[in-house]
Design a protein around this ligand. Structure first.
Ligand code: TXA
Ligand code: MG
Length: 309
């Protein structure tokens, strides 16, 4: 059910949940001030309580209140990338951030999203926690129809159109002496290097004992359809997901991710396309993984690998 910004604000202030648009993906929102609404997010999504939520704020200045410590380059990262698709995991004062939001960790993720409607809602409601607005394990929602598919047609959604980036924010964490990447997103390592003077390392997998980014331990982004990434698999798959520039064997149904010249367009389409497979009842598809592994392509490859696993 589509709602206005005023309705979204009123619902959030009455401890209800709504879906809000961001430039990355739609978020399933609760005001940071209502424990009941926060708990309900985990129930609605079927999300394990060990997977923490990102706190969204209208501006970087509002974050200091929650922090135990401010890591070096916090302000330069905020100035360069906010509002935008960056989440910073920061050490917090445990008195100020509810345990449920951070799954008991001594840190919390913060982000200033870049969407005019949601920035207005944040200014009125205050800090809002939002995971991606999808059932746990499924591809994220990049338009209001996706949200309604997962949570029902009467679930309140603030319609902000299709998400321009289409993939979740990059998550950075200050570890030891440097920032590291906990989750790849649409900001490249090169862009961080230009600002920080070094290339933040990508933390591939955190362990169960020390979950640096708990979400990375769970199944993610997966449609019902079986996805085949092995180049040989093209022969047995009736459906091919590929690129406009390529010629594929005849007799197969080809679904296009977009152009090899336009990784942003591919990122924007990705989750919609994965969702579409289930909509039209495709049970198996081969994906053309023959594309570069630099910049945004690296993130696209990572999401597809996780979606297929
Ligand atoms: O683009 C985005 O980040 C979207 C939009 C709605 O803002 N949100 C999003 O939230 O992707 P979610 O919950 O789907 O993914 C958040 C990820 C999870 O993998 C979670 O484990 C990690 O952030 N995370 C949250 N708080 C953390 C913390 N304190 N330490 C480490 N990882 C954290
Ligand atoms: Mg998610």
């Amino acid at each position: 059910m589509r709602i206005s910004p005023e309705e979204a604000i009123a619902l959030l202030k009455s401890a209800e949940n709504v879906a809000l648009p961001t430039e990355t993906v739609y978020g399933l929102a609760a005001s940071l001030h209502y424990a009941k609404a926060i708990e309900n997010i985990f129930a609605l999504k079927g999300r394990p309580s060990s997977n923490p939520l990102i706190i969204h704020v209208a501006s970087a200045a509002l974050i200091h209140h929650y922090l135990a410590d401010v890591p070096p380059d916090f302000q330069s990262l905020a100035d360069a990338f906010w509002p935008g698709p960056l989440t910073l995991v920061l050490p917090i004062d445990p008195e100020k951030v509810p345990t449920s939001v951070r799954s008991g960790l001594p840190t919390a993720g913060f982000r200033v999203p870049d969407h005019p409607l949601t920035l207005d809602v944040l200014k009125s409601v205050g800090p809002i926690v939002m995971p991606s607005a999808n059932l746990s394990g499924r591809p994220s929602s990049t338009n209001p129809d996706h949200v309604e598919k997962d949570f029902g047609s009467s679930f309140p959604v603030l319609d902000g159109g299709s998400c321009l980036k289409g993939l979740e924010s990059t998550i950075l964490y200050y570890q030891g002496e440097r920032w590291v990447i906990l989750r790849l997103g649409t900001i490249s390592q090169d862009e961080f290097e230009a600002l920080l003077g070094y290339r933040p390392a990508i933390i591939k997998k955190s362990s169960d004992e020390e979950p640096l980014c708990p979400g990375q331990l769970f199944r993610h982004y997966s449609p019902e359809a079986e996805l085949i990434l092995d180049p040989e698999g093209i022969l047995d798959s009736p459906v091919i997901i590929g690129f406009l520039e390529r010629n594929y064997p005849e007799g197969k149904k080809v679904i296009f991710l977009g152009s090899l010249q336009d990784p942003s367009g591919v990122a924007e389409n990705l989750y919609g396309l994965l969702r579409q497979l289930d909509q039209v009842g495709i049970s198996k598809a081969w994906i053309d993984m023959d594309f570069p592994r630099t910049g945004l392509w690296q993130t696209i490859a990572e999401r597809l690998q996780r979606a297929a696993s």
